[in-house]
Design a protein around this ligand. Structure first.
Ligand SMILES: O=C(O)CC[C@@H](O)C(=O)O
Ligand SMILES: [Zn+2]
Length: 608
């Protein structure tokens, strides 16, 4: 299904390097330009769709095959894009079966570089083989007076869930260290319940015995919230992975907390639906953990936060009592909305065992534009323009700076089809009519290019290319871990100020940091400021904190947009919440967990 070349244009077919053929059209060359043949091995070129490039020549070094793109008139391309849209819309059965970002059904991604099944393991070379320092030593934490684990405790748990009681230190190791290799605990026991009743029995026992418990999902958190600080018992949701029900009429899914986000999405896609959230960690993270941290991710701009899409929860409280608020209703105004207390409570108030969640229809048409901007002001103006012109079909607006792209290329060997700009934006549309969506996207792109908001770019409309482009953004976190020790900041700010924090931090740290990068969910006003160094250093940390938090508070931002406070940020909550609010949170904690056994040392400051 080729696309007819526009007047004066020659269509250059797929990358014809032996057997590896990219579906035509691969690229469009203006008249008079010769395609440069590059030496390359067999294989498919991973470059995304047609390029919008202003007078530039570059080489896509996607291994193992290399291809070339050439000088190019964006408007000519746009016109050809419009013609294709029209041609497609008049063809029978022209609806494009687009896919949302992420992996095609059946494929297993390795987000965060994780192996499935909750075991950490890097897709690429490990970021560092050094031993991770114990959190208690690095941060000077004192153990609270919980009971130590006894042989009779082990005998009780073994009797309760035979074969699902892990005590082997080697087996426990990956669950005692976070994926970033920045915090480490020394738990001697991990339990793998399968049912809510088992979670209930475990907690009842722990509560009576005064044993501390660390709930853990896919262990993909970035603030040390799911790793024990001392010897807390790890309560894993890994075997609680059953889908309980899905109602195709309402789109409401009910499932256990340990279901992996990507698996849920695959299950829903088969029924014509998707999960309302999508994260880089989707291949490993558990829905219970997503809800416990109120994870945001890449689709929040379109489908809103979990505070809106989660309709009900089942939670086991610290004393073992189960709270069944697993409603599957869009509307329910009977009393306080208790589930909201547990969403984002990071396992400190109860253990989420099941979730009821509202899922949107799978969009029939998805397009992705990856564009280069010459300044952050242009990134902002591009956002306001696309929001106005794309309206309801806009489903993601992500940005990243050139440093991010450099690191993704350097450490992961991914190649970007668009280069040479200080900023990049990724704009996704999701809708129900490809003709309508492409027309809107065309109009927007034309405006963005003719007005100079965007100087370079590419557009993808098929699943594979969309996925390739998304990985440039989704794998930044992974690339950063290969750059050294990473200091992470997940900040909400008035969108106009978003990048000032990156520039100010860069200027402040000078050469003491290896790299200071900024990227994130611009459409949600969420910046991911990441700083890398060869290794962890107290003095660098002192130069960053509390500077970043003070800066954020001064600009009315939040020091945790979507990652939570976990262990690493809990002492800084006052930069975003007044002391009265923190006090009230501590009172809720004391009421629901009077002995403080649930995820101790996390989220709330040690003393107010
Ligand atoms: O690594 C980070 O700082 C951000 C991770 C994640 O929230 C993302 O948006 O990619
Ligand atoms: Zn994020």
């Amino acid at each position: 299904m080729g696309v007819p070349p526009g007047p004066g244009q020659r269509l250059v077919g797929g990358c014809q390097t032996g057997r590896g053929l990219l579906p035509a059209p691969h690229k469009l060359l203006p008249p008079g330009e010769e395609e440069e043949e590059e030496e390359g091995e067999e294989g498919a070129c991973r470059r995304a769709g047609p390029l919008l490039s202003r007078a530039r020549m570059g080489v896509c070094s996607a291994a193992p095959h290399r291809c070339v793109w050439s000088r190019w008139d964006p408007l000519r391309w746009l016109r050809s894009f419009q013609r294709r849209t029209l041609a497609r819309s008049s063809a029978p059965g022209a609806l494009q079966q687009g896919k949302p970002p992420g992996v095609p059904a059946g494929a297993v991604s390795r987000p965060w570089g994780l192996r499935p099944g909750g075991r950490r393991g890097l897709r690429t070379a490990p970021p560092g083989s050094q031993e991770v320092m114990l959190t208690s030593e690095r941060y000077g934490v004192r153990r609270l007076p919980f009971s130590p684990l006894s042989d009779s405790d082990l005998a009780f748990f073994e009797g309760l869930m035979p074969g699902r009681v892990i005590t082997n230190p080697e087996e426990l190791e990956p669950f005692n260290v976070d994926w970033l290799r920045s915090v480490r605990g020394c738990s001697k026991l991990m339990l793998k319940p399968q049912t809510t009743a088992e979670v209930s029995q475990v907690l009842r026992y722990c509560y009576e015995r005064n044993l501390a418990v660390n709930p853990q999902g896919g262990n993909t958190g970035l603030v040390g919230g799911s790793i024990p600080v001392f010897d807390e018992i790890i309560l894993s949701t890994v075997l609680m992975n059953r889908i309980i029900s899905f109602d195709k009429v309402s789109g409401i899914l009910v499932c256990q907390a340990g279901c992996v986000l990507e698996k849920l999405n695959e299950y829903l896609e088969e029924q014509g639906f998707i999960m309302p959230l999508d994260l880089g960690a989707k291949g490993s993270c558990h829905i219970g953990g997503n809800v416990a941290t109120n994870a945001g991710g890449l689709r929040l701009l379109r489908y809103g936060s979990l505070r809106g899409t989660v309709l009900g929860l089942e939670v086991v409280l610290a004393d073992g009592s189960a709270l069944d608020c697993l409603a599957s209703l869009r509307k329910d105004n009977t009393g306080y909305d208790l589930k909201q207390l547990f969403i984002g409570s990071e396992g400190t108030l109860g253990v989420i065992t099941a979730v009821s969640i509202l899922c949107p229809q799978k969009p029939k048409s998805v397009n992705l534009a990856f564009l280069g901007c010459q300044s952050f002001a242009k990134v902002l103006e591009t956002f306001t323009t696309c929001r106005a012109m794309l309206g309801e079909i806009l489903s993601a607006y992500e940005f990243m700076d050139e440093k991010c792209m450099e690191l993704v290329e350097k450490h992961l060997k991914l190649s970007s089809p668009v280069a040479g700009s200080p900023f990049y934006v990724l704009i996704e549309t999701s809708g129900s009519s490809s003709t309508h969506d492409e027309e809107k996207l065309n109009n927007f792109l034309e405006r963005a290019m003719t007005s100079g908001l965007v100087t370079d770019g590419t557009v993808a409309t098929d699943d594979k290319k969309i996925k390739t482009l998304w990985s440039l953004r989704e794998r930044i976190t992974e690339a950063l871990t290969h750059d050294g020790y990473v200091y992470k900041y997940d900040i909400s700010l008035p969108v106009g100020k978003l990048y000032d924090l990156v520039s100010d931090t860069r200027a402040r740290l000078g050469r003491s940091a290896k790299n200071v990068v900024g990227y994130g969910h611009l459409g949600d006003g969420n910046l991911h400021l990441n700083i890398t160094a060869d290794s962890y250093s107290h003095s660098l940390l002192d130069a960053i904190e509390p500077f970043v938090y003070e800066w954020t508070a001064r600009h009315n931002g939040s020091i945790s947009a979507e990652h939570g406070l976990g262990f690493k940020k809990k002492q800084f909550i006052q930069y975003s919440k007044p002391s009265e609010a923190v006090l009230l949170m501590q009172r809720f904690k004391a009421m629901l967990d009077p002995k403080g056994i649930l995820n101790p040392y996390k989220m709330l400051p040690s003393s107010s």
